[in-house]
Every structure is written in structure tokens, then in C-alpha cells.
Ligand binder design. Structure first.
Ligand code: SF4
Length: 445
């Protein structure tokens, strides 16, 4: 499923350092966040902090799809059901420890991703959101998305999620062809997918359909027909992904037969994009299409290089402070994550994004948006002057891959299709190239 998977608040007051104990949970140990460590002087100067989103990762699936490289795990526990209560408790313990890092900031969106979050009961989702609201300041109109898989769909389940506060569902359909769904290892069939979509239409204000193309044995006409079937349900948002062979997946080790070649896959990309746009959806990001007012606010925040606190097994965070931007990763294995979170140590790794890395990281996200970005946003988000992008911008401009005005920088249509090549122009300089570029100090004069 799609686990993607990134307003300026003028002044953020940070709470004094310290830990908070999860309600109903055993007392936490090692739970102190050392705020002075994050607030100390550094080489960046952020004038304001970006908008903040919350990502909650629920890591289990009924079966692992052979193409999937997300941190999702087949539920094989001794217990017959997923330990949802224990996991929710761990998420809240994790949030409690992280709270001082986001103190005083409002949360614009919550995304419950996975894995298959719809394996969790509505009661568990309700408990999770209630406890999140009690701790973090959610904006009154916060977008709250839950990823759902049709094979886990039961009548009235979506309505119960909506009752719990979910106002957007993202449904992992992938295909409306039963034979293709079997090849993809999906647990649902097309009829279940249609029923799930119709139920989402009925109970939440907005929803997304995830669909894949370039499937084994798929023709261009079939790929377009799949998109038309999705469009027949009038989705406010559609995500169209090409099936790719990700390293370490069963498909990478034993590729399925009759995969479309590179040329056919590229033609499919153009054809499915045309089909969606002809139906009135705007392609506002490389893979995302929406009707006006239905962009994914949570995902836009990633692409605009906003902040996000990611909680749950293997979740990633990006958080800004006045003088630095940091990334964090949680423990990946669900059991280990729960143990670590309950002892106040859910974070496995943390690193500061360096000045050298920031330009590339920003562009990696911002150029995915059709509209690109306002140059001022670059400085707001990274604390760096636009001159740190200059050589890449000039080079890409000369190649006709980017355009630049005083108020906007964006990929040209050709640059958008060649996005990976464009991004290489913004890669951090290697040590060798930096040495080569350094001015000579032993002047002969
Ligand atoms: S449903 Fe399949 S693709 Fe989605 S997270 Fe689970 S294993 Fe991965």
C-alpha cells in the first residue's frame, strides 16, 4: 500500500525538556528528550518552522504482496488476532516521548498508513485517535486519512472509522482484473474492491484509489481500461503507480512473466495520465491526480518539505528546529518496536540533515509537484539561500528541464518525465569534486 509513502507557524515555544508518561501504560524509562541538544546553535537559520503532519504506521498485512518493499509484515503471531491494543499503547508511549519535540505546534494532518491499517478494528482506531487528540494539538479541520485494503473490508467498518474521526480513506485497489490481482498476490478480488470504493463514497467526504499499471501481461489498452474503471466511481483522488521491481522483494528475485518493457511502460504512463486528465482530474504530482479541493494535504506537506513526526514500526520523521533539520527512524520489527516504545526508546536512529544534503532533499520532493515551488519556500524550509541551488538550476534551465521565474521554479513537461536525471544535477558534491572546485591557495603571484 501507499505508505508514502513528507503555513508557517510564526513562533514555536518549546516545552521544558522532560518526559510524559502514557496514560494507562507502565512508567517510561529513558524517556527524556534533551531539548537543548536540538535547540543548540548551528549553521542553519530557519525563520519559522514548517507545517507539521503526523504519520502513524500500522505494520501488519494478512499476506505479503510479492512486489512490496514497505515495512509490512504478515501476521503470524501466536495470538489469533493482531495485538492492536498493545500496539496502540506503544504508539501513544512513543508519542508521549516525542511530544517535547513538537510542543506548541499544531498538527495539520494525520495519516494512518501501513501495512494494512484496516485490519485494526474501528475501536482500536478510535482509541488511537482519541489519545492522539488528547496530546497533540490537531487543527480543527485536520485531514485524517486511513489506508484500507478491500480484502479487509466489512460492511459498516468504514462508517465506524469515520465515526472515530477518519475523514479520508485511501483504498488499495491496484487492479480491477481478478487474474492480475492474483499475480500481484492481493487478497481481494475486483468485486470486493468495487464494494469498498462505493462504501468509501458513502461515508467519508473524500477518498483516494490506488491503482497500478505496467502489470504482467498488461496491454496499453488494458491499462487505460483499468483507469476508466476507477474513474467510473468518480474518485476525488487517484494515485497511479507503475509496478516496479524493488530490490529484496520476491518479484525482484523471480520477476513475473510478460512484464511490459521500458518503452511500453512509458507509453502507459502517458496514456493513463491522459485518461485521468480527460476525466477532469488534475495531475498535480508525478503519481497523484485530484479534483479541485481534493489534493492530499498530508502528501503535499511531504512534497513541500514540511515536517512530519512518524510513529510506529520503521516510521520515519523529519523535524525542523531553528538551527537544524533532523531525521529519525523507529525500530523496524513490530515486536521490537513495541518493546522499545514501552520502555521509552522507540527511536532507533537519528541524524542531522547536513547543509550539503538539504538542497537535494528539498528538490527531491518539491520537483514532484507540477507547480514546483516558490523560491522563498526553499529558504524558509532549508534556511539556505537560493544560491545553493544556482548551478543545478542554471544547468537544468539550459537543458530545458526546468523553468524559473521570480515566483516559481518547476520542471518543464520534459523535465518532469526525466525527473531522475534532473535530480542528479542537485546531488551533494562528492569530496573529490569539492576538492577540485576549491580555489588554489598557493598563488604564484
Ligand atoms: S497490502 Fe501488500 S502492498 Fe500493501 S503494505 Fe501489505 S504487503 Fe505491502
Amino acid at each position: 500500500m501507499n505508505g508514502r509513502v513528507v503555513s508557517i507557524h510564526p513562533q514555536v515555544e518549546l516545552a521544558p525538556s522532560g518526559s510524559v508518561t502514557a496514560l494507562g501504560a507502565p512508567p517510561l524509562q529513558h524517556a527524556t528528550v534533551q531539548l537543548p541538544h536540538y535547540m543548540r546553535a548551528g549553521t542553519l537559520q530557519l525563520q519559522a518552522l514548517p507545517p507539521l503532519a503526523l504519520y502513524l504506521h500500522l505494520p501488519w498485512c494478512l499476506r505479503k504482496c510479492p512486489y512490496c518493499d514497505f515495512n509490512s509484515h504478515e501476521w503470524r503471531g501466536a495470538e489469533s488476532v493482531i495485538p492492536e491494543e498493545r500496539y496502540v499503547q506503544a504508539l501513544i508511549a512513543d508519542l508521549d516521548v516525542a511530544l517535547p519535540l513538537i510542543w506548541g505546534r499544531r498538527v495539520a494532518s494525520v495519516f494512518i498508513g501501513g501495512g494494512t491499517p484496516s485490519l485494526f478494528s474501528p475501536d482500536a482506531i478510535d482509541a488511537l485517535l482519541t489519545q492522539v487528540r488528547a496530546r497533540a494539538a490537531l487543527m480543527p479541520d485536520a485531514e485524517i486519512t486511513l489506508e484500507a485494503n478491500p480484502g479487509t473490508f466489512e460492511r459498516d467498518r468504514f462508517a465506524a472509522y469515520a465515526q472515530a474521526g477518519v475523514n479520508r480513506l485511501s483504498i488499495g485497489v491496484q487492479s480491477f482484473d481478478d487474474a492480475k490481482l492474483r499475480v500481484l498476490g492481493r487478497i481481494h478480488d475486483a468485486a470486493q474492491a468495487r464494494a469498498a470504493i462505493e462504501e468509501a463514497r458513502r461515508v467519508v467526504p473524500t477518498f483516494n484509489i490506488d491503482l497500478m499499471f505496467a502489470l504482467p501481461g498488461q496491454s496499453l489498452e488494458q491499462a487505460v481500461a483499468e483507469v476508466r474503471q476507477a474513474l467510473a466511481h468518480e474518485p476525488p483522488h487517484l494515485s497511479l503507480y507503475q509496478l516496479t521491481l524493488e530490490p529484496q522483494t520476491p518479484f525482484a528475485k523471480r520477476p513475473p512473466k510478460q512484464l511490459p518493457d521500458v518503452e511500453l511502460a512509458a507509453d502507459m504512463q502517458l496514456a493513463v495520465a491522459d485518461a485521468a486528465q480527460c476525466a477532469g482530474l488534475e495531475r498535480y504530482e508525478v503519481s497523484a491526480y485530484a479534483r479541485p479541493g481534493h489534493h492530499s494535504r498530508h502528501n503535499r506537506n511531504y512534497w513541500e518539505f514540511g515536517d512530519y513526526l512518524g510513529l510506529g514500526a520503521g516510521a520515519h520523521s523529519k523535524l525542523s528546529f531553528a538551527h537544524r533539520v533532523i531525521r529519525q527512524t523507529r525500530w523496524r520489527q513490530p515486536e521490537r518496536y513495541m518493546q522499545q516504545a514501552m520502555s521509552g526508546a522507540a527511536m532507533q536512529a537519528e541524524q542531522e540533515v547536513t547543509r550539503r544534503e538539504l538542497p537535494f532533499e528539498f528538490m527531491l520532493n518539491a520537483l514532484r509537484l507540477r507547480e514546483g515551488f516558490n523560491p522563498e519556500l526553499y529558504t524558509q524550509r532549508t534556511g539556505l539561500p537560493l544560491s545553493t541551488l544556482r548551478s543545478g538550476l542554471d544547468h537544468a534551465g539550459q537543458l530545458g528541464l526546468l523553468f524559473e521565474t521570480p515566483r516559481r521554479i518547476a520542471a518543464t513537461p520534459r523535465g518532469w518525465e526525466l525527473l531522475n536525471e534532473v535530480l542528479t544535477l542537485f546531488l551533494p558534491p562528492t569530496e573529490d569534486s569539492r576538492r577540485d572546485a576549491e580555489p588554489m591557495t598557493d598563488s604564484k603571484a
